[in-house]
Design a binder for this molecule. Structure first.
Ligand code: ADP
Ligand code: MG
Length: 620
C-alpha cells in the first residue's frame, strides 16, 4: 500500500509504510507489494519482475546482482554465485555429496560449521550472499514506490528447517529489512489464489512447484485461516535446468557431435543449454523451434517439435509424479479428497507438465496467475494482512505469546509456550494450599514475564464446590485447548470428586503485532529482575507453606511432641517470620532449613498424608 496522507498539524506529507512480500528463490527472486487490495510484482530489472538469484563480485570489488550478474556465469564462474539458497543454514557436510554442482569455491575447513564461499581472497557466508539479492530487490521496490521499505515477509520452502528459516531471517536483517514473518511458499501460492482468505473455509490442496533446479510438492490443509502442512515431497536437484540439459543432450546426438570433446568445452556446453532453455520457453506456446548456432567452424542445427520435446522430458516429469504419489500417501488422504491443485514455478508453463499434473490429480489445476510470480504475490497479501489492511482476516499458525495460569505467589505457570503450533492442548495438575478449601480461583494470563502482574489477564473463574479436604489433597486438573481460531478453552476439574468448570477466552484478538513485540521485548529486558523476584516469591511461598503446616501439625499432634521440641519449634518459627520480613531469599531458606531440622524428628514420627500430599503438586 503506498498511500500518501497529510499530517494536518505540521502540514507535511506522510508516506504510509509499505510491507513487501519477497520470494527468495533458488533460480529467481521477486519482490511484490499490495496496491488497492491487489498484489503487484515490482518490475525490478530490465522491465522484468524476476531477478535471477545470481551475484557477481567484480575484480574491482563491485557487486552485481540479477540480470547484470548472469553473463558472468560463463565468463567468470569462480566469481559468480548462483543457487545460494541451497547453502542457507547448511554445513559443508550437508552439501558435500552435491559439491560438484557448484562451480564456485565452497570452503570445507570445518565440517560442523556453516558453509562459506570463497571469491578471490574474500569469504562470504550464504546469509551475506542472500542479503545482496534482498538489497537489490529492496532498492528496486523503493525506486518504484518512492518510499523507504524496511519491513518484509519472506517465503521459504515448506520443508525448510529452523536453521534455514533463521538464516533467511538474518539475511533480511542484513539487508535492512525487518522480517515480520517467514511463510511457506505453498502457503503464499494458495493465498495468491485467495485460498485460505475466507475464515470459514476448509480445504485440502496440493501445490506443485517446479522451479529451475528444484521440485516441491506440498499437501496443505486449510481450516479457518490456518495452513497446516500435511506432507511435503520433492527432489532438491530436479527442475527446469534438467529439461534444458536433456534437450542439449538430444541436439548433441542429432548433430553427431563427439560428446567427449563437447564436454570439455564448457562455454559451448553452456551456450547449447541456453539455446535449449530458449527453445523450451518457445515450445510452451509454439509447436516447433528452429535455430542454428556455431561451434568452431561447425553449424549446429537446433530443431525440435513440441512432441519431440515431450518425449525427451517425459521421464523427468514422471519422477515428479512419483513424488506426488508419495506426498498424497504421506498425507493419509486420497486424491479425490484434494479440492484444488495450484501450479507454481516457471517450469509449470510447459504444457506437458500441466497436462501430466492434471491427469494425475484428475482435475484442472489453478494456473491463471503467472507461476513465477505467484509466490511473491501471495507473500504481498500476507504482508498486507500484517499491515492491518485486512482486518477481517487472521492467519494464525503459532501462538504469539505464552498462555498460563497464576500459581501461589503471583507466579506465571505456562501451559502453552509461545510459538506452539496451533491447534494444541496442554494440561497439568494443581492442588489447594488451605485446608477445607471449597473454592479455587483460576486466573488465565498471556505473556512472557515470570510474574502474572506483568502479563495480560485474559480471564478469571472459580471452580466451586470442591469437597472440603486437607490442603494438598484435591487433584485439580487444568486443561487448555487452543483451537485453530486462536480461541482458548480452559477447563478445571477436581479429579477426586469430578466437579468441573470451563470457560472460553480469545487470546489473540485485540493484541497488535506491536504489542506482542513490546511484550517480548519487555520480557527480555526484565528477565534478570523477574528471575530474582520469582526466586524471592518462591521462597516466601515455601516458607508460608511450612509455617502453616508446622503450626497445624503442632496443634493436631500435641501429644507426640515434647515440651523441649515445642519450644525449639516456636523459636525457629519466629526466626523464619523475621527472615520473611527481610525479603532476602538466602535468609529465608536458611530459616526454613533450621525449622525443618527442628521439626524433622517428630514429623518423622507421625507423617501425615496431608503433609506428604502437600509436598506434591503446585498450589493455586
Ligand atoms: P525458482 O523457484 O527455483 O527460483 P522459477 O520458478 O523462477 O525458479 O523457475 C525457473 C525455471 O522456469 C527455469 O528453469 C526457466 O527455464 C523456467 N521457465 C521460465 N519460463 C518458462 C517458460 N515459458 N516455459 C518453460 N519453462 C520456463
Ligand atoms: Mg520458487
Amino acid at each position: 500500500m503506498a498511500k500518501i496522507s497529510i499530517d494536518i498539524k505540521t502540514g507535511t506529507i506522510k508516506k504510509q509504510k509499505v510491507i513487501v512480500g519477497i520470494d527468495l528463490g533458488t533460480t529467481n527472486s521477486l519482490i511484490a507489494y499490495t496496491k488497492d487490495g491487489h498484489p503487484v510484482a515490482v518490475r525490478a530489472q530490465n522491465n522484468q519482475t524476476i531477478v535471477p538469484s545470481i551475484i557477481h563480485f567484480t575484480e574491482q570489488g563491485e557487486i552485481l546482482v540479477g540480470h547484470e550478474a548472469k553473463p558472468y556465469l560463463i565468463s567468470s564462474p569462480e566469481r559468480t554465485i548462483y543457487s545460494v539458497k541451497r547453502l542457507m543454514g547448511k554445513s559443508y557436510k550437508d552439501i558435500a555429496s552435491h559439491s560438484d554442482f557448484f562451480t564456485y569455491k565452497i570452503i570445507d575447513d570445518n565440517t560442523d560449521h556453516l558453509v562459506k564461499v570463497r571469491v578471490g581472497d574474500k569469504f562470504y557466508n550464504p546469509i551475506e550472499l542472500s542479503s545482496h539479492i534482498l538489497k537489490a530487490l529492496k532498492n528496486a521496490a523503493e525506486k518504484e514506490l518512492n518510499v523507504e521499505i524496511n519491513q518484509a515477509v519472506i517465503t521459504v520452502p515448506a520443508y525448510f528447517n529452523d536453521s534455514q528459516r533463521q538464516a533467511t531471517k538474518d539475511a533480511g536483517k542484513l539487508a535492512g529489512l525487518e522480517v515480520l514473518r517467514i511463510i511457506n511458499e505453498p502457503t503464499a501460492a494458495s493465498l495468491a489464489y485467495g485460498i485460505g482468505l475466507n475464515k470459514d473455509e476448509v480445504k485440502t490442496i496440493a501445490v506443485y512447484d517446479l522451479g529451475g533446479g528444484t521440485f516441491d510438492i506440498s499437501i496443505l490443509r486449510i481450516e479457518n485461516g490456518v495452513f497446516e502442512v500435511l506432507s511435503t515431497n520433492g527432489d532438491t536437484y530436479l527442475g527446469g535446468d534438467d529439461l534444458d540439459k536433456a534437450l542439449a543432450q538430444y541436439w548433441i546426438g542429432t548433430n553427431n557431435l563427439p560428446y567427449s570433446k563437447v564436454k570439455d568445452d564448457k562455454n559451448f556446453l553452456q551456450s547449447l543449454r541456453l539455446e535449449a532453455e530458449q527453445a523450451k520457453k518457445v515450445l510452451s506456446t509454439e509447436h516447433s523451434y528452429q535455430n542454428t548456432i556455431t561451434w568452431g567452424d561447425k553449424s549446429i542445427h537446433c530443431y525440435i517439435t513440441r512432441n519431440g520435446f515431450e518425449k525427451i522430458i517425459s521421464p523427468i516429469i514422471e519422477k515428479t509424479i512419483q513424488c506426488c504419489k508419495n506426498a498424497v500417501q504421506d498425507a493419509h488422504i486420497s486424491i479425490e479428497q484434494i479440492d484444488a491443485v495450484v501450479m507454481v514455478g516457471g517450469s509449470t508453463r510447459v504444457p506437458f507438465v500441466k497436462q501430466t499434473v492434471k491427469q494425475f490429480f484428475n482435475r484442472e489445476p489453478y494456473d491463471e496467475i503467472n507461476p513465477d510470480e505467484v509466490v511473491a504475490l501471495g507473500a504481498a497479501i500476507e504482508a498486507d494482512i500484517l499491515s492491518g489492511n485486512r482486518k477481517d482476516i487472521i492467519l494464525l499458525d503459532v501462538t504469539p505469546l505464552s498462555l498460563g495460569i497464576e500459581t501461589l505467589g503471583g507466579l506465571m505457570d505456562v501451559l502453552i509456550p509461545r510459538n506452539t503450533k496451533i491447534p494444541t492442548q496442554a494440561s497439568r495438575q494443581y492442588t489447594t494450599s488451605i485446608d477445607g478449601q471449597t473454592n479455587l480461583k483460576i486466573s488465565v494470563y498471556q505473556g512472557e514475564r515470570e510474574l502474572v502482574k506483568d502479563n495480560r489477564k485474559l480471564a478469571e473463574f472459580d471452580l466451586k464446590g470442591i469437597p472440603p479436604m486437607p490442603a494438598g489433597l484435591p487433584k485439580i486438573q487444568i486443561n487448555f485447548t487452543l483451537n485453530a481460531d486462536g480461541i482458548l478453552k480452559v477447563t478445571a476439574k477436581e479429579l477426586r470428586s469430578g466437579i468441573q468448570q470451563d470457560i472460553e477466552v480469545k487470546p489473540q484478538y485485540g493484541l497488535t503485532d506491536e504489542q506482542v513485540e513490546q511484550m517480548l521485548l519487555a520480557s527480555l529486558q526484565n528477565a534478570q529482575q523477574d528471575m530474582q523476584e520469582r526466586q524471592i516469591l518462591e521462597a516466601i511461598g515455601e516458607a508460608d507453606q511450612i509455617l502453616y503446616h508446622t503450626q497445624k501439625f503442632i496443634q493436631k499432634h500435641a501429644d507426640l511432641i515434647t515440651e523441649q521440641e515445642k519450644e525449639n519449634t516456636q523459636k525457629s518459627i519466629l526466626h523464619l517470620q523475621d527472615a520473611l520480613k527481610t525479603r532476602d531469599k538466602n535468609l529465608i531458606y536458611k530459616a526454613i532449613d533450621e525449622l525443618n531440622e527442628v521439626t524433622k524428628p517428630f514429623a518423622e514420627r507421625a507423617m501425615d498424608i496431608a503433609i506428604a500430599e502437600a509436598l506434591k503438586g503446585k498450589k493455586i
